[in-house]
Design a protein around this ligand. Structure first.
Ligand code: 4AD
Ligand code: MG
Length: 463
């Protein structure tokens, strides 16, 4: 008896072997002929394996006939060709061991289908449903593909800190980290005395590993960081989380166009891996969630991403004849409705918008010769909108200092960042891909809360 996954047991070449499988019952049906069909799932794939349990098994009446959705079992038996049309194989059980019962009167995932909203309340059970199992596998595939892409292309995986004193995006949307007693905060001259705090200064959860990735890129060439990031922005939308995962490559000697080339090749690779490596799950998403996902992902593979200066994007939007909720005006950030118009209606595909106004982008982006715009780029995709944000970085010390002053940042607190421009400065660039936005795009799942196991959003941090 060898322990194999349901996925392996479903393959024709397993026929004839004696195996053990372990998992959770999805359904049980008793036939008149004196045996039962048990569908078992172990998470290795979307499909279940069908078990035939004969009435002459010694625990048939006492246990097998009591099995219901959610019970955990081990099955020993032989893999045989299946008579049923849906599957190639089934297992004829020699022994069925029940590990745990799930009272059908109480088990929430009994039969009835629940809304995604309801399932969010059961974050501990929802991975047992088809949809959340499929999301978990696709998310895993995307992460593997991210690492493979960068590893194969000579990038060094580096770890940047989670706790930091600097606000990379300068948006002030940070969660503070402290060990001070909040009901008795130490004060000196009426001001909070951070010297008595754990790190001797105000510290926060990082919004991005970029600044530290730049340190490694300007020593080692091409690096990437991939970890959790945190934003205390009060946005209750279907595309925002307070805790999300970001992959951030950073490359020395790259300019903006190199950065765009990389982002495009990277996304194409991740999307095509999802299609080829998660075919069964992708079929499910296409049938049940969004019947355009497979077509969209397939088309993206052979389509060149449109590259569009922000100024031209504004003109297109202004001349579109569309009624937008937020007015389009040069100097204002694009809203999700604008991003969606560009990608869904105007171009029907991914668009890289670049050269944004300097006033709406962070201090670190390289100022263009026109002095009005910076070398920013956002990759926009249909439905999700912005999936990647990046830029060429300002490598000129004097310009960088004045940009910091312009945005009310103290250059002294970024002395180490400025040192990178003092000693052997180079043109460099990078970007950040929001992992959950990528999973949303691939799966077609409408709400970002349903593509991360344990979503953190304003007012909600259960589990
Ligand atoms: O555009 P952002 O803010 O860029 C940065 O943080 C840069 N420092 C990245 C870099 O250049 N190394 O964020 C990058 C991406 C966005 O395009 C989006 O996909 C995702 O991170 N993102 C979020 N995802 C979920 N919830 C949120 N609240 C997000 N904020 C950004
Ligand atoms: Mg952005």
């Amino acid at each position: 008896m060898s322990l194999i996954s349901v996925q392996s047991a479903r393959c024709k070449d397993a026929i004839g072997s004696q195996v053990t499988i372990q998992g959770w019952v999805r359904t049980r049906r008793d036939s008149k002929g004196g045996f039962s069909f048990i569908e078992v799932n172990d998470g290795s794939c979307m499909a279940n394996i069908q078990i035939i349990a004969d009435a002459d098994l010694d625990n048939y009446e006492s246990e097998i006939k009591r099995l219901s959705a959610g019970c955990s079992v081990s099955i020993d038996g032989e893999v045989k060709p299946s008579g049923g049309g849906k599957q190639d194989t089934e297992i004829h059980a020699a022994a069925v061991t029940v590990h745990g019962w799930a009272d059908p009167e109480e088990y929430p995932l009994q039969k009835k289908r629940h809304s995604f909203e309801k399932l969010r309340e059961w974050a501990h059970l929802r991975p047992r449903t088809n949809t959340f199992g499929a999301v978990a596998r696709v998310r895993n595939c995307i992460c593997r593909s991210i690492h493979n892409f960068f590893q194969e292309n000579g990038f060094l995986y580096t770890h940047t800190p989670i706790i930091t004193a600097s606000d990379c995006e300068g948006a002030g949307e940070m969660f503070q980290v402290t060990t001070m007693n909040l009901s008795d905060v130490p004060k000196t001259d009426g001001k909070i005395d951070f010297e008595q705090d754990f790190f001797d200064r105000p510290s926060y959860l990082t919004v991005s590993g970029q600044l530290e990735a730049e340190i490694y890129a300007t020593a080692l060439g091409k690096v990437y960081t991939f970890g959790p990031t945190f934003r205390a922005e009060n946005s209750n939308t279907s595309r925002h989380l307070a805790e999300f995962w970001m992959v951030e490559p950073e490359m020395a000697f790259y300019e903006l166009s190199d950065n765009m080339d990389l982002a495009e090749a990277f996304l194409k690779r991740v999307f095509s891996d999802a299609l080829s490596q998660c075919a069964e799950d992708m079929d499910f998403f296409n049938q049940r969630i969004d019947d355009t996902v497979i077509d969209t992902l397939t088309q993206i593979a052979d389509k060149e991403f449109i590259r569009l200066p922000y100024t031209e994007a504004v003109e297109i939007l202004q001349n579109s004849g569309q009624q937008f909720e937020y007015a389009v005006e040069w100097g204002r950030d694009l809203q999700s409705e604008h991003e969606r118009f560009l990608t869904e209606q105007h171009f029907d595909g991914p668009v890289i918008v670049y050269d944004y106004p300097r006033t709406i982008k962070p201090f670190y982006m390289r100022v263009n010769d026109d002095e009005k715009t910076v070398r920013a780029m956002d990759v926009l995709v249909p439905k999700v909108g912005e999936i990647i944000g990046g830029s060429q970085r300002e490598e000129r010390l004097d310009v960088l200092k004045s940009r910091m002053q312009e945005q009310d940042l103290e250059p002294e607190s970024y002395w180490w960042y400025l040192d990178l421009r003092r000693y052997g400065t180079v043109p460099h660039a990078g970007f950040g891909l929001g992992l959950e936005r990528a999973v949303q795009f691939v799966t077609g799942m409408a709400n970002i809360r349903d593509v991360i196991p344990f979503p953190r959003t304003p007012g909600s941090a259960d589990f």
